[in-house]
Design a binder for this molecule. Structure first.
Ligand code: ADP
Ligand code: MG
Length: 254
């Protein structure tokens, strides 16, 4: 079976700061892959490279076999990959529902001008239905008319998942979806991600919380100083000396 996402030998430096040093990973259809590693190890940079927000110095990104390494982010979304950011920032004036609707790329500039007015109206009606369904499944219905900037940090994380899902992705990439989220809401996020997997949406999730990783992920990849040091099942993580080293420092692994 071909990989959904295949990242090969990525190198990236910001000035003299070498962040990724030959990182490779793949996500197969149906997987929820956890991407772990200490702060500053290059996890967000790797997601930025995969989703077209950062251009790698070298290496290749393939999605369903197609080379997308040189495509900008807005084109990559149309291939079926959507993502959230570690710190979602929300526009202050738009409501939760409006922000969700605005994430439907079919309604954007050039795309909508290619459609007949009746098709635009149809797409708008579909988008409204989809946005309402997503907000409902992510427990955001009670706040959907509030300003998106006014909801809690955890709700913003859920809203950014709703926005990513508006693109109907095959692969969803999430950057720390449960960081700073209240435990009650964490449970909902876990259930949401499991439900999405059952619906056929594969996932690559940057996450620190080991409980979350054991519960949700089907495979784990550990990044340390820009290199992949482990690729294993969640239950095998604790027996990997490189993982212990990455998290606890060199002394603990000896
Ligand atoms: P992680 O997500 O694993 O905590 P990041 O990928 O965010 O790590 O950052 C890895 C390193 O890359 C850090 O040293 C960070 O300062 C640097 N970095 C990330 N993005 C940029 C950028 N746009 N410009 C300069 N340095 C960056
Ligand atoms: Mg990060």
């Amino acid at each position: 079976m071909p990989a959904l996402l295949d990242i090969q030998n990525i190198h990236k430096a910001f000035g003299g700061n070498v962040v990724l040093q030959g990182a490779s990973l793949n996500v197969m259809p149906g997987e929820i892959v956890g991407l772990l590693g200490p702060n500053g190890s290059g996890k967000s940079t790797l997601l930025n490279v995969a989703s077209g927000f950062t251009r790698a110095d070298s290496g290749e990104v393939r999605f369903e076999g197609q080379d997308i390494s040189r495509l900008p982010a807005h084109r990559i979304v149309h291939h079926g990959m959507a993502r959230t950011f570690q710190l979602p920032s929300m526009p202050s004036k738009m409501s939760v529902l409006e922000v969700t609707l605005a994430a439907d790329t079919r309604l954007h500039g050039v795309w909508s001008t290619l459609l007949k007015p009746s098709a635009v109206r149809e797409a708008e009606a579909e988008a409204l239905q989809q946005a309402n369904q997503l907000l409902d499944s992510l427990l955001l219905t009670p706040v959907k008319q509030l300003a998106a900037s006014a909801i809690s940090g955890g709700q913003k994380k859920l809203l950014s998942i709703a926005c990513a899902l508006m693109a109907r992705p095959k692969l969803l990439m999430l950057d720390e979806p449960t960081a700073g989220v209240h435990p009650n809401l964490r449970r909902d996020i876990v259930q949401t991600l499991q439900r999405l997997r059952a619906q056929g949406i594969s996932q690559l999730i940057v996450e620190h919380d080991m409980h979350f990783v054991r519960e949700v992920c089907t495979r784990c990849i550990v990044l340390d100083r820009g290199q992949i040091v482990a690729d294993c099942k969640p239950e095998e993580l604790s027996s990997h000396p490189q993982v212990i080293e990455a998290y606890l420092g060199r002394a603990a692994a000896q």
